[in-house]
Design a protein around this ligand. Sequence first.
Ligand SMILES: *Cc1c(COP(=O)(O)O)cnc(C)c1O
Length: 237
Amino acid sequence: MLTFEDFSARVAALETRIAAACGVAGRPPAEVRLLAVTKTHPADAVRFAARRGLAAVGENRVQEAAAKRAELAVEVPTLRWELIGHLQSNKAGPAAATFDCIQSVDSEKLVRRLDASAGELGKPLAVLLQVNAGRDPAKFGAEPEDAPRLLETALACRYLRVEGLMTIAQLGATEAETTDHARRTFDNLRVMRDDFRTRYGVALPELSMGMSGDLEIAIAAGSTCVRVGTALFGERG
Ligand SMILES: *Cc1c(COP(=O)(O)O)cnc(C)c1O
């Protein structure tokens, strides 16, 4: 595990990267939030994020996040926990109890189960709909043609707050191909969000796209949330 000083320097470097990308895109840096992805890292990674003043952490497994959140309940009571990994609908209950936002909602069945679970807990739950905007055969996420139906179902739910859309870009065989995939995927997601705004009259302010390697491309395409693990905490073991 790195020291807090090293971590803090990495956050500063990332903030510089984000600000530079916003400058190029003509966007205010305050429009883009940094989600620290602490998956596979120990609870100290979460402590560092909170101590540096970051508002949220991203995790990809319910059990791992629940354990860390329980361990840190007293120490970091106000941090926002977000699920970015695939969620099976049979884990909707523990997921709704553990997370403040679920970014990986990709099926109607999952939408219904999360709404029921949030209802039982009596708390509204923020969600993003994950869309396979690059049509990557290896990725989770609703197919673009299924996304309208998924949104309609989620909007009809009493306990879910649909804040926007999320996607992950596919890696290419070369750097140029990866860049190309990312640009196309992120543009597709923004166009879809803009279309949903007019069709359904909803704001959908959040576009969660971009990670350590492709955040500049994502910010140029309109990202409001970059999910960064490796550039903050190093390679995952
Ligand atoms: C792991 C993960 C990230 C972080 O990726 P890095 O390349 O380590 O920055 C972002 N988004 C999702 C959905 C992830 O699973």
